[in-house]
Design a protein around this ligand. Structure first.
Ligand code: F0G
Length: 534
């Protein structure tokens, strides 16, 4: 099949505004073939122009484009006529995949506790499943709490009716109950008061915790857990709310707890006295955390902060959802980047490279001690858990684990080589480059803010809201390098290439970045904008 570049001037009906923005930044090209760490676009004469790919499908092609073993697996599955969709039947391939994930997770975490798998089709869908599961767990815990409160009230009523207990004067005074009321009336007044207060608590919606700069998706629920206000606030009425914790102020955890915690009151009977005790009410539904923030601009979670989060969540019995959608699948040298930080999740979510660069699949893993099997009845997705995606994902894990984990080691080694080049650019241009951050093949290079640059053309770029995209446009046009900033960190270029990254691509990127730094240094904003058609 011959895929042609689409007509440059054909009216765009698939997201026309984005097409316009791409055109402005010089990024409106069409790629027609992909292999290893290279994407190819057509030139005017029908020839192919190879482009070094540092965007890596937003992190979904760690093993390289058109990886031959993965392509072969896809072909084999299709040629064998394997039913892709056979919902509500046995899915041994999904079980095999869950088992393979468990083997690696157990090795990395040093645990044997099973993690059950719920499959999905996209990253946000897996986060959504984790959060939904956590809410089902919370709702069931609340139902159990409600029953316990009911039983305690019944026990107090029986004791008062039998004359073996009464509401003492001190308790009456504390709860505003008349001293002269007879024992039964005093108890009923107390019950009524507690019921009213408890009902308000028991009906409280869940509250989520997440980090400032975090990104967990853009669906109705997940977008409320994504920090970027531009994505989140228009939709704030759609879903439960989150509190965002700054990474440099772990003490915020305690402040949030003090402000938002929930408590219910329960009757107790002891030594002939009816009294009231306070019990914790589960308001906090889940704490979402990326071990390395991706879309937020490549920030590695500080291990001390990871430990503080872990301890806090244990104390308040709030499950930790570790979002490994961007950082996981071997990109930082282990399947779970969090295992290197000593962070243990109640839930893990994986996507992107799980699909080997060709399938669209994701998974939510939940540890046995938190698992609610009822979730399987109330949650489903037509396309999830299909044989094609599972077959591809199994091949991906096989490739990661082959040769005693050679692919993980390669991610670390290529990451170090790439990082060395980024660091050398920073060393040569400290006025232009602020910082190099990341782990393995998830790296970022942040430029200094240019909004106060002396050059008017550079200032205009900084003020356009598309600064990083203009830099990316220049890299593409002049250096055949593909990379992006993120919408949440416009001054940071993000690099997440595949393990097939050749030295030549690293060199080309280095040359391109030095070119950008020189243009910024010389105040040449015009050259950064360039022509719209690269
Ligand atoms: N969580 C993280 C950490 C992500 O990086 C992403 C997506 C998602 C969840 C949502 O996954 O797009 O498959 O629904 N990150 C993309 C990015 C958009 O820019 O890296 P999705």
């Amino acid at each position: 099949m011959d895929i042609k570049n689409s007509e440059a001037d054909a009216p765009e009906l698939a997201e026309p505004y984005l097409r316009e923005v791409l055109g402005m930044a010089g990024l409106a090209v069409e790629y027609v073939r992909a292999e290893g760490n290279t994407l190819y676009r057509r030139d005017e004469d029908g020839g192919e122009i190879p482009v070094a790919d540092f965007a890596g499908g937003y992190g979904s092609v760690l093993l390289g484009h058109s990886q031959p073993d993965i392509v072969r697996r896809a072909r084999d599955l299709l040629e064998a006529g394997t039913p892709v969709h056979a919902q509500f039947s046995r899915h041994p391939y999904a079980n095999e995949l869950a088992a393979a994930l468990n083997r690696i997770v157990h090795r990395e975490l040093g645990t044997e506790e099973p993690y059950f798998a719920i499959f999905g089709n996209s990253g946000a869908e897996a986060v959504e499943a984790a959060v939904k599961h956590a809410e089902l767990d919370r709702v069931l815990r609340i139902a159990a709490l409600r029953e316990e409160l009911g039983r305690s009230t019944a026990a107090a009523r029986s004791a008062v009716a039998a004359g073996t207990a009464a509401v003492p004067d001190g308790v009456r005074a504390r709860h505003g109950i008349a001293a002269e009321a007879d024992p039964a009336a005093a108890l009923e007044a107390l019950v009524e008061r507690l019921d009213r207060d408890n009902t308000a608590q028991l009906d409280r919606p869940p509250l989520f915790l997440a980090l400032e700069g975090g990104f967990h998706g853009k669906l109705g629920l997940t977008v409320q857990l994504t920090h970027n206000e531009a994505y989140r606030t228009p939709f704030r009425s759609l879903a439960a709310q989150a509190r965002f914790v700054p990474w440099d102020r772990p003490e915020t955890l305690k402040e949030i707890y003090a402000r938002d915690r929930g408590a219910v009151r329960e009757l107790t009977v002891s030594g002939g006295r009816v009294d009231v005790v306070e019990r914790e009410f589960p308001v906090f539904c889940a704490f979402l955390v990326e071990p390395v923030q991706g879309e937020g601009g490549i920030h590695v979670l500080d291990p001390g902060f990871a430990e503080a989060i872990q301890r806090f969540c244990e104390e308040i019995d709030c499950p930790v959802v570790v979002d490994e959608i961007q950082s996981g699948m071997g990109r930082t040298g282990t399947l779970l980047a969090s295992s290197q930080l000593g962070l243990r999740g109640d839930y893990y979510v994986l996507a992107k490279t799980l699909g080997g660069g060709i399938a669209k699949t994701s998974v939510m893993l939940v540890r046995e001690s938190r698992y609610r099997r009822d979730f399987e009845i109330v949650h489903s997705s037509t396309f999830a858990k299909d044989s094609f995606s599972c077959g591809i994902a199994l091949k991906v894990l096989e490739l990661l684990e082959a040769d005693d984990g050679a692919a993980y080691r390669r991610a670390v080694e290529r990451g170090e080589a790439l990082r060395a080049t980024l660091e050398s650019v920073r060393a040569d241009f400290p006025e232009q480059v602020k910082e190099v951050r990341g782990r393995g093949l998830l790296l970022g290079l942040e430029f200094h803010d240019q909004s106060a640059a002396t050059s008017a053309s550079v200032r205009a770029l900084a003020d356009s809201g598309l600064f990083g995209y203009f830099l990316a446009g220049r890299l593409l046009r002049n250096h055949r390098v593909r990379t992006f900033p993120t919408a949440s960190a416009m001054n940071t270029l993000r690099f997440e290439p595949s393990i097939e990254l050749p030295d030549e691509h690293i060199e080309r990127l280095g040359t391109g970045l030095r070119d950008l730094c020189r243009l910024l240094r010389d105040g040449d904003g015009e050259s950064l904008v360039g022509a719209s058609a690269p």
